[in-house]
Design a protein around this ligand. Structure first.
Ligand SMILES: [Zn+2]
Ligand SMILES: [Zn+2]
Length: 183
């Protein structure tokens, strides 16, 4: 159970040690398989009426490279910067602009249960276009060759057809010469 009691924050910060299975956060996505526990440390600190949570989380997902379609693993390390407020007037956007932080999350003033907030940070950290490497050359759209491992076969085809074309051109020229010679 991930929970921080506000009375524990009276004169000190509380560090929440996160070490949970992905199911705990209800983590599932059609393109990503969560294969590791979610771990991390998040420090909760009280500022007047608001509570600030800062730290990081870490987990691993399995997915496929969008360029070459190879299976790959990815480490997610979302940063945690959250602001909790129980005074509803603080939740208005003007106050947020003044404080220069993100929109506060409402809590009842007694305890914070950050499970859903952490879940959201993890899901937002999933890339839209995961690549196995920034240099991944991907697949040829024409012949499907994995360009990281093999040369594209289209190029060979182009060369072959160029040769054929040259040969045909030669034949035509020869033909013309023949016509000229016959004159
Ligand atoms: Zn790739
Ligand atoms: Zn090709």
């Amino acid at each position: 159970m991930l929970k921080v009691d506000v009375k524990d924050l009276k004169d000190r910060t509380v560090v929440l040690h996160v070490d949970e299975r992905p199911d705990f956060f209800d983590l599932s996505d059609k393109d990503f398989l969560f294969i590791d526990r979610v771990r991390g440390d998040v420090e909760f600190q009280r500022l007047e009426d608001e509570i600030i949570a800062e730290g990081h989380l870490r987990t691993t997902v399995r997915t496929h490279c969008v360029r070459c379609l190879n299976a790959m693993q990815l480490t997610l390390e979302p940063e945690v910067h959250l602001l909790y407020a129980h005074d509803r007037s603080l939740l208005s956007s003007e106050v947020v602009v003044e404080m220069g932080t993100e929109v506060p999350i409402y809590f009842d003033g007694e305890a914070i249960n950050p499970r859903d907030d952490f879940r959201e940070l993890i899901l937002v950290d999933l890339p839209n276009f995961p690549v196995c490497s920034q240099n991944c050359k991907g697949l040829c759209a024409q012949c499907g060759a994995n360009l990281n491992r093999e040369p594209c076969r289209c190029q060979q085809k182009v060369e072959k057809s160029t040769e054929t074309w040259k040969r045909q051109l030669r034949n035509i020229k020869i033909g013309r010469r023949d016509v000229n010679q016959s004159k």
